[in-house]
Ligand binder design. Structure first.
Ligand code: UD1
Ligand code: UDP
Length: 365
């Protein structure tokens, strides 16, 4: 019996691993799949709600590490995970995405001689001021299976000299989750409950340190969203990092009129809001992909993206961090100037099945 341990910690990780947990069930006679939650994200709305809505198994281990500086968070995950791996002796460790939990788990497993599979390998923003870029590079270097979501990832890994035998173009497990839940997303009553008219409102999310950790940047962003809220209703589910900073920078009493701030939303509710939105404005990684899949216009407030397929074939507009540019692009889109998009290759709901097949074909010796 092969033992596979998947390590997750943050909101996007849960969404990316849910379909793999399901796909591995097909092989339950040959594989025991264990799930370890590092506890990087811990609020009910950042964690448990995804396990419930995506019908994921409860984690077998919870390391309970919580927040902290990069070094302390990564180190605590490493220390705690080492004990789990030591006790469980998995044959393979699976890590999704690019968060600190991904990096920590990949380092611990590889140093203990356990093969590592990276789901969402090869993405590069070529911007090392992003903590995620360092996490992506290091995770890929120590991984034995590199599961890639888009062509740019294949090129990046080959350019970095990775062994071709390790690289697998499988598609996107985050899109598997979206595909599997599409009926529930379309049927979800949240738009109606919030009094929104389909195709006549905007959704925004922000949590990248470059946008929300600096008081001036966050204030400028909120002001811009406030002006757009004069044009259309604008819903802004607030990430815990952003919430803390709104409070710390004294912006709480100065939230522009018209902005509808909410708690982080459950997966089905949030995807449904995006599905019927006229425009999404974000700095999220995953949301650039989900809007492309759903053919919803998306403005990405960042200088670069590690997901260029969403620009090249999708509905994503990468506008940089100038607020004038954000506002101008948003006004153009609200005025009807939209970018046509199509769904990238292999974003077909079957990525996790491909990954499971590959993992089952390869035997760790
Ligand atoms: C992390 C990832 C980022 C990813 C994001 C997804 C890293 C370096 N960053 O950023 O790549 O895009 O998750 O959402 O791994 N907090 C709570 N409750 C929670 C979760 C976080 O209060 O449930 C607080 C933490 O205590 C901390 C802050 O929010 O003060 C940031 O959390 P952290 O996990 O360090 O980074 P994120 O900004 O969430
Ligand atoms: N998401 C959600 N509720 C929210 C905001 C986001 O379910 O209130 C989902 C979103 O659709 C995507 C994932 O969380 O599937 C992305 O997480 P996030 O933006 O936090 O991380 P990133 O992708 O930037 O790493």
């Amino acid at each position: 019996m092969k033992k596979i341990l998947s390590v997750v910690g943050a909101r996007p990780n849960f969404i990316k691993i849910a379909p793999l947990a399901k796909a591995l069930k097909k092989y339950r006679k040959e594989v025991r799949h264990l799930l370890c939650h590092t506890g990087q994200h811990f609020d009910e709305r950042m964690s448990e709600i995804f396990f419930d809505q995506l019908q994921m198994p409860k984690p077998d281990f919870n390391l309970g590490v919580g927040g902290g500086s990069h070094a302390s968070q990564t180190a605590r995950i490493m220390l705690e995970l080492e004990k789990v791996i030591d006790e469980q002796k998995p044959d393979l460790v699976v890590v999704p995405g690019d968060v600190n939990s991904t990096l920590a788990a990949a380092l611990v497993a590889s140093k203990m001689g356990i093969p590592v599979a990276h789901v969402e390998a090869g993405l590069r923003s070529y911007d090392k001021t992003m903590p995620e870029e360092i996490n992506r590079i290091v995770t890929d270097v120590v991984s034995d299976y590199l599961f890639v979501t888009e062509h740019s990832g294949m090129h990046n890994l080959r350019d970095e000299g990775m062994d071709d035998d390790k690289i697998f173009f499988v598609g996107n497990t985050m899109i598997d989750t979206l595909d599997a839940n599409y009926e529930a997303i379309e049927a979800c009553p949240i738009t109606k409950e919030m009094g929104l008219t389909p195709e006549k409102y905007i959704v925004a999310t922000f949590h990248r340190p470059s946008n929300v950790d600096d008081a001036e940047n966050l204030k400028a962003l909120m002001d811009t969203l406030g002006r757009l809220a004069d044009e259309r209703k604008l819903v802004f589910p607030v990430h815990p990092r952003t919430r803390k900073n709104i409070e710390a920078f004294g912006l709480k009493g100065r939230i522009p009129k018209g902005l509808i701030l909410t708690e982080p939303l459950g997966y089905i509710e949030f995807l449904s809001l995006m599905r019927y939105a006229e425009l999404v404005i974000t700095d999220s990684g995953g949301i650039q992909e989900e809007t492309t899949y759903m053919n919803v216009q998306c403005i990405t407030v960042r200088k670069n993206t590690e997901r260029p397929v969403t620009i090249d074939v999708g509905t994503n507009h990468l506008v940089g961090t100038s607020m004038e540019k954000v506002e101008r692009t948003a006004m153009d889109i609200l005025g009807g100037t939209t970018k046509p998009g199509r769904i990238p290759e292999l974003w077909d709901g079957k990525a996790a099945r491909r990954i499971a097949e590959i993992l089952m074909e390869h035997k760790e010796d």
